[in-house]
Design a protein around this ligand. Sequence first.
Ligand SMILES: *[C@@H]1O[C@H](CO)[C@@H](O)[C@H](O)[C@H]1NC(C)=O
Ligand SMILES: *[C@@H]1O[C@H](CO)[C@@H](O)[C@H](O)[C@H]1NC(C)=O
Length: 209
Amino acid sequence: MAAPAIILATLLVACLTQACHGNVLFSSLKRTLVVTATPKAGEVLKGGEDKVTVTWSLNGTYKGQDSEYKTVKVKLCYSPISQKDRGWRKTEDELHKDKTCQFTIVSRPYSASAPKGNFTWTIEKDIPQATYFIRAYALNAKDDQVAYGQTTNTGKTTNLFTVNAVTGRHVSLDIASVCFSAFSVVSLAFFFAIEKRKAKKSSPPPPQM
Ligand SMILES: *[C@@H]1O[C@H](CO)[C@@H](O)[C@H](O)[C@H]1NC(C)=O
Ligand SMILES: *[C@@H]1O[C@H](CO)[C@@H](O)[C@H](O)[C@H]1NC(C)=O
């Protein structure tokens, strides 16, 4: 009677710890995809406004080795400069723990007969201000990563670009706070004037000593 329960519990724990899902190591993946993107090295782009076009294709060297690729998932990834002292962006070899690439740009089906694609993305407003590169993963039918490609070198030092989030969100916040301050000054003056009028009308003359 207890045995099935124990087996079930063990399975559940195994699934929760992701053993159920492939525990893929980044270091085990081959770099078979060629990934390029429009930002020039060092370019500063505006969140909520500027666009990035990403293209991906199978590197001809690996022709015929892509039979299990089902999907290409393109992601925006923090460069080492923007990960420093930030545990929540840390790179881990175990991909289910990895925090390098937190933003999905697009997912597209992969076709071995036309092993390439492109996508133009408007940088979303909520992308944090940081320095990035772009990585594409090839996923198999189980949605496990089986290969990758990226716009930077292995050391993640070349071809990085910056997203500047200051425009848009922060400007509108600034405008909102200026409006609020102006409103509070005006309303303060208004109530002050009313109080003064009331005081003039209703208060008895100051006592004469
Ligand atoms: C294709 O792969 C080969 C072998 O890994 C590599 O030397 C070459 O630079 C790659 N080509 C591109 C365009 O990335
Ligand atoms: C992007 O993909 C479309 C087909 O989806 C193709 O017609 C176009 O030439 C591609 N552009 C680039 C820059 O690769």
